[in-house]
Design a protein around this ligand. Structure first.
Ligand SMILES: *[C@@H]1O[C@H](CO)[C@@H](O)[C@H](O)[C@H]1NC(C)=O
Length: 466
């Protein structure tokens, strides 16, 4: 080919390469007012950036490599894999299991959204990396490893995961050192994931389901918090108690198996733990009571659940604090993920016939806050003027051999690497105050659970609107 023909071809090639780098490979789809499908694509990319262990050949995040490949060696096991929790490098089992449950709920219920966005295979792969890891953590009958890494030791380090050398102890629950919240949450995540894989890989789905049943048994037999067995109390304490997880785990086993005994078990917890009288209005890694209301309503065996769920959603919309710009404000830690957890729950209510227009509108305003209605996006790499200083160690480091240390947390420069699709914490008060400030982890940290509610709400919104 002559040079004059080659030049425009080369220009187009370089342009598309630039566009690829610019959006992480998630091209715009033309959806308006915000490109929810592109956001869902990026939300999946975020999980790739969080991968721990060996990275598979399909890894799309070129600034990440293999790391923490020796996890579990302290106890003679292979616990390599899974995901880092947030901006740090601990693998915390409790929020991971919750994230799996929420991601699977979204992919199962709103598969049309994933399909429209071209993200079905990525959604499954995101979940499977977590469930493959959980299968490794199942180290014996009623034994579950629930954490790799020590929060305090880990938090003394700022640098790349590929280069970390601190000790990463492994912690478990079992019949001698139990933890009902962790075991039941894991049961919920596994059962929800089994529904996702039932159609494509039934033997894998059944393996997850058997594991889920065993975890719920372990939880039921030893009703105590996992923080008595695993040193997670300063990071993911189960403040709301293990009761909500027992109910939620039993609900998911009923949904996955259709066996009435699990429904009865869920109802038993609901009654004996007086879950109807829980006054907390939230849905996040610690408190799944609203999820129990939603699932029991969906099962349709008793109208009292529908009534309680409707009351919950009313109280959510009318008796809570909102920021001036309309974000429901549960508290100042990850305010947007709290809002999106409730947005997803509101969409479930709407789809079950509870004030559909009002509850959908609530969800729409919350997701729009996250992706752009404030004049900028709270999602790294997405939309208008997105965050460039996410509190995330790996993204903050220059490529090696440049050193990386706490200086990189405190520097004013933007992150050298764009952690596409990471939803940041958000405002810390009801005046919508927010700064793109890496040192302020309440405002700018990212996390597995944040992106779980973000992804599932996006999938629902896409299903409903496009
Ligand atoms: C960034 O956040 C830190 C921690 O909250 C705070 O000390 C610092 O003043 C903030 N930086 C700016 C420029 O506001």
């Amino acid at each position: 080919m002559r040079a004059w023909i080659l030049a425009p071809v080369l220009a187009i090639f370089l342009f598309s390469l630039g566009a690829y780098a610019q959006n992480g490979g998630c091209s715009s789809t033309g959806q308006s007012p915000y490109d929810y499908s592109q956001a869902l694509c990026m939300a999946m990319l975020f999980y790739e950036a969080q991968r721990s262990g060996y990275l598979p050949a399909d890894n799309r995040v070129d600034w990440r490599g293999d790391s923490a490949t020796g996890d579990g060696s302290d106890v003679g096991l292979d616990l390599e894999g899974g995901y880092y929790d947030a901006g740090d490098f601990v693998k915390f089992g409790f929020p991971l299991a919750y994230s799996v449950a929420v991601l699977a709920w979204g992919l199962d219920e709103y598969s049309g959204g994933y399909r429209t966005a071209g993200q079905t295979a990525y959604g499954r792969a995101t979940i499977k990396r977590a469930t493959d890891y959980l299968l490794k953590c199942h180290a014996g009958s009623k034994v579950l490893y629930g954490q790799c890494g020590d929060g305090d030791i880990d938090h003394e380090y700022w640098g790349r995961p590929e280069e970390m050398t601190m000790s990463r102890p492994s912690y478990k629950i079992d019949e001698q050192n139990p933890g009902a919240d962790l075991a039941a949450e894991t049961a919920a995540g596994l059962a929800a994931a089994s529904i996702v894989f039932q159609g494509t890989d039934a033997s894998y789905a059944n393996q997850l389901l058997d594991f889920a049943k065993e975890m719920l048994e372990l939880a039921d037999e030893h009703q105590t918090s996992y923080v008595n067995s695993i040193p997670a109390g300063d990071f993911y304490n189960s403040w709301s108690g293990f009761q909500d997880e027992l109910g939620w785990g039993a609900c998911w086993l009923y949904k996955a198996t259709g066996e009435q005994s699990y429904y009865n078990q869920a109802e038993g917890y609901y009654n004996s733990f007086n879950m109807a009288n829980d006054q907390e209005v939230n849905f996040y890694w610690d408190d799944k009571t609203a999820g129990v209301y939603a699932l029991m309503t969906e099962f349709g065996q008793d109208s009292k659940y529908n009534d309680r769920f409707a009351q919950f959603l009313d109280s959510m919309r009318t008796s809570q604090r909102f920021t001036n710009a309309g974000l429901i404000f549960i508290n100042d830690w990850g305010s947007i993920r709290h809002a999106l957890g409730l947005a997803f729950i509101a969409i479930r209510g709407a789809d079950l016939g509870i004030n559909p227009a009002t509850n959908r509108n609530f969800a729409q305003t919350q997701i729009d806050y996250a992706v752009g209605s404030q004049g900028h996006s709270f999602v790294v790499g997405f939309g208008t003027n997105p965050p460039t200083h996410a509190h995330h160690r790996a993204a903050s480091c220059e490529d090696p051999p440049a050193p990386c240390s706490y200086d990189d947390m405190n520097k004013v420069d933007p992150n050298p690497h764009v952690i596409y699709g990471g939803l940041v914490g958000g405002p810390t008060d009801t005046n919508d105050n927010w700064q793109d400030n890496r040192s302020n982890w309440q405002m700018t940290e990212v996390g597995l659970d944040y992106n779980a509610v973000f992804s599932s709400t996006l999938a629902a919104i896409i299903t409903l609107n496009y």
